[in-house]
Design a protein around this ligand. Structure first.
Ligand SMILES: Cc1ncc(COP(=O)(O)O)c(C=O)c1O
Length: 399
């Protein structure tokens, strides 16, 4: 067996199941799950109908690079969304379909890491767990960059030692961030691009929450917009990851795309051809429809905004919790052990949240930035979110 498999940690939801084992929550309170970031608003009917209308496409093998129409849908969306000059994104060179960003974030590391030179992969801490597993199975060592409240949960690249940069081949960033919802601004993205030039690494920018932001707020910027604003027309070293899962409430569709550096994507396409992960034709058709429509995305944002307003009205008087810049999570400070908090909340209120330390690692100084925080995903209905917030409030007041 591949010995690197032994380096993989239990996934956070396995740890959560172990934490809850043996507890019988109160039967008079229906269970509410706020631990998993699985969108639950309804999927847009135009997308579902398009999927059904193209089921006949199952009779042919899809190309790994997708249809030209699909790649045009990606590039046109990126151009519109990030106000980029259309000449910058060639559908034949700068975009590729992926079957959700999860597999893409994983397989990307397998394609770009040179395992012969003691590679490091820098990632935020806490982080989406795939970055770490991807690094380990690519033969690299993860290097965790704590994202703490003192920098608004934005990675502070000045904290990365020069010796680390020397060995870094890949940097994952997540903006808007999971779990904090923090959005990196143009300046910090450009600072990272400057570092990529100096040290020769590739940036993988996970932007799968980019469309979930408060309905009256400006849309979060992204890595390609930051690169273009520097006059960097070739997106050198920059690759972004976008997904329909959160934007269009279709996590089961497994549909996303990558965009950016044409040379890197050319190599990634080669990897994917052998990896064998082409997007099924009906999903390609449904994806074209989804990327071409913004009405359902606006409605989706409005639902989240309503939930944040209602839940924060209940929680802010009793908890240290701030509205996030984007995304659909709250990341409150619990003031005591996050596992104890999550376990007791479940035992007393039948509400499940995710202990923050399950999403983070202890750094070289013994600090775990997820400690004493929990992640609360506002994915259920407004009524359930309000019910959960009232139960959390009761729990916190009783501590
Ligand atoms: C930060 C982050 N990136 C990527 C993903 C993967 O999303 P998908 O594979 O559905 O595109 C998730 C899913 O929860 C996530 O939270």
């Amino acid at each position: 067996m591949n010995p690197d498999l032994l380096k993989l940690q239990a996934y956070p939801f396995e740890k959560l199941a172990a934490l809850k084992a043996g507890i019988t929550p109160p039967k008079d309170k229906p269970p509410i799950t706020l631990s998993i970031g699985e969108p639950q608003h309804s999927a847009p009917s135009i997308v579902m109908e398009e999927l059904i209308a193209h089921l006949h496409g199952l009779s042919s093998y899809p190309a790994t690079r997708g249809t030209r129409g699909l790649r045009e849908a990606f590039s046109q969306w990126v151009i519109r969304r990030f106000a980029l000059p259309s000449r910058l994104l060639d559908p034949d060179r700068h975009v590729l379909p992926v079957n959700g960003t999860r597999e893409a974030l994983f397989s990307f590391a397998q394609a770009v890491i040179d395992r012969n030179t003691r590679p490091l992969v820098v990632m935020p801490n806490p982080f989406y767990q795939i970055y770490e597993g991807a690094a380990l199975l690519a033969g690299a060592e993860p290097w965790y960059l704590n994202t703490l409240a003192d920098t608004g949960f934005i990675p502070d690249f000045a904290r990365v030692p020069a010796a680390v940069w020397e060995r870094t081949q890949l940097v994952y960033i997540c903006s808007p961030g999971n779990p904090s919802g923090a959005v990196m601004d143009t300046q910090s993205l450009q600072e990272l691009i400057g570092l990529a030039d100096r040290h020769g690494f590739i940036i993988a920018s996970d932007e799968c929450y980019s469309e979930i932001y408060p309905k009256d707020a400006p849309a979060p910027t992204g890595l390609l917009a930051a690169a273009a604003a520097m006059g960097r027309d070739d997106f050198k070293s920059c690759v972004v990851f976008h997904s329909l899962s959160k934007r269009s409430n279709v996590p089961g569709l497994r549909s996303g795309f990558v965009a950016g550096d044409a040379e890197v994507l050319d190599k990634f396409l080669r990897y994917r051809t052998y990896h064998g992960c082409a997007m099924p034709p009906p999903i390609q058709a449904a994806s074209i429809k989804a990327w071409g429509d913004e009405q359902h995305v606006r409605e989706n944002r409005a639902l989240y905004s309503e939930k944040f307003a209602a839940v924060l009205r209940i929680l802010q008087p009793v908890m240290d919790v701030q509205p996030p810049a984007a995304g659909f999570y709250l990341w409150p400070y619990t003031h005591f052990d996050d596992q104890v908090f999550a376990r007791r909340l479940y035992a007393e209120q039948n509400v499940t949240v995710l202990p923050g330390s399950y999403l983070s690692r202890t750094d070289q100084h013994g600090l775990n930035p997820g400690q004493n925080r929990v992640r609360i995903a506002l994915v259920p209905s407004l009524e359930e979110c309000v019910d959960a917030a009232e139960r959390i409030s009761e729990f916190v007041r009783g501590l």
